[in-house]
Design a binder for this molecule. Sequence first.
Ligand code: ADP
Ligand code: MG
Length: 377
Amino acid sequence: MIRGARPGYAPAVAVHGIDLGTTNSAIARVGKDGRPEVLAGLSGAATTPSVVLFAGPQEYVVGEGARREARLDPEHVCALVKRRMGDAEWRFVAHGTAWSAPAVSSLILKSLVADAGFATGEEPTAAVITVPAYFGDEERRATVLAGTYANLDVVEVLSEPIAAALSYGFGRLDGGPDLSKTSETVLVYDLGGGTFDATVIELADRRISVLAVEGDHQLGGADWDERIALHLSRRFCADNPDAEDPLDDSAGSQALVLAAERAKLQLSDAERTEVVVTHDGARATVPLSRDELEEMTAPLLRRTLDLTRSCLDEAARRGVAQVDRVLLVGGSSRMPAVAELLRRELHLDPQLHDPELAVARGAAIYGEKTELERMVT
Ligand code: ADP
Ligand code: MG
């Protein structure tokens, strides 16, 4: 590697890839073996919840600790800030300070930077940050600003579906030999915690472009959790008619929604599970099967199908008769019902591989490419 200010060469800086997600964020970089690796902090978790707890005037907690407080202390916990990016008026006020969306986001970025520093011994100074394909100029500018506030040189703002596709090997932008020959279309189905996006992208003439985008930015895994929590509360109340409904209380509903999410995760692997709900001195054990979960959330999944269909229709209008590959992205695409639905209804054969890390890894691959280019300028 070339280091220092030699004439004609920019100093080599490791450009990291950052998935600044609505629900979870992650940071990655291409390692010495040429593969993108996700960098975890002290907690060992590959992703960090995109949640900030303003514990005191100068004190904030980012990640899991903040997420657990979300419903208990809503006045001091900021979640889903990504939905506010590009809204210049919006502020989160805590302990007398008003925080803009880029300012809140910069705290999440700083936490990722610290994690990467912990993992590699060197804090990143440059990054590619990903954004949804539908983000416009304002939202992209706000994302760059968040990076700047976190002392990062944002070398590129990259669309998430493109990043995801890169990590699935699409296009081989890392300098593979077959780029010139390749022409490929890909459908990216991204079901995260709070958003759903379907995108068709195309690689042609050495360029990757977005051909069609559809989505619902208020639809994601959290809606599955709410639906399960409602079911749990009904069962709890039926068993304990004299006890308070856990959903009527902030601590009760926080515990119930977290329990609902845990059950959902288990049911991606197992056919059935049991949830113990304790509240107001009472208790109920609620058995839950994957079939029941799928039945009560079927309308949510159906909506992703409708949006995927209209995305494919839009791509068809732009000349894409069929897609070559289908990639599943976002933690919620781990639910077996997702791939089953796409197979059954659209006769597609989706690929699923580390769906919550694909975007960060792809951003790292892209970052390394820009890094190589910048070395010889
Ligand atoms: P985002 O892109 O919105 O920041 P992620 O891609 O990290 O979020 O997805 C987070 C969502 O994925 C959460 O709702 C979480 O419950 C869900 N999720 C993660 N793992 C699983 C799993 N194994 N089964 C079902 N849902 C999952
Ligand atoms: Mg995401």
